[in-house]
Design a protein around this ligand. Structure first.
Ligand code: CO
Length: 132
């Protein structure tokens, strides 16, 4: 069911420092910061030849990644995103397999429907599915 790895998302406490590290030290193609108020994050996309990395930084009072950064003060991998052809078919299949699907599909940072899956059902990793 899952297809390509769309991105790996890394929560960072200092967005400017992370941008400099990826751009200057690692020599990656780093985009401009985008505020995503609906998701409570500022996102920077890093485009690699075969996938993307997303740097996530809290935006606003109730950012969903604030707690993660409290537990991981120097940052860390927050989730990985796999592509699926049909987000609703994926949701129904996962629910029928007993997996915990977090909420309903909503429009993600790339303007496409996304869904999150409970890390306890997926080897301790928060998984995002994005309709390709
Ligand atoms: Co993501």
């Amino acid at each position: 069911m899952i297809g390509r790895l769309n991105h790996v998302a890394i929560a960072v406490p200092d967005l400017d420092a992370a941008v400099r590290m990826y751009r200057d030290t690692l020599g990656a193609s780093v985009g401009a910061a985008q505020d995503e108020p609906a998701h409570g994050v500022t996102v920077v996309f890093i485009t690699l030849p075969n996938t993307k990395v997303e740097l996530l930084h809290p935006l606003g009072e109730n950012s969903p990644i604030a707690g993660f950064l409290e537990k991981n003060p120097s940052g860390g991998i927050h989730h990985i995103c796999y592509e699926v052809d049909d987000i609703l078919a994926a949701r129904d299949r996962l629910k029928s397999q007993g997996a915990r699907v977090l909420g309903e599909p909503k429009i993600g940072a790339h303007g496409k429907p996304v869904l999150f899956l409970h890390p306890k059902d997926f080897t301790g990793t928060l998984i995002e599915l994005e309709q390709a």
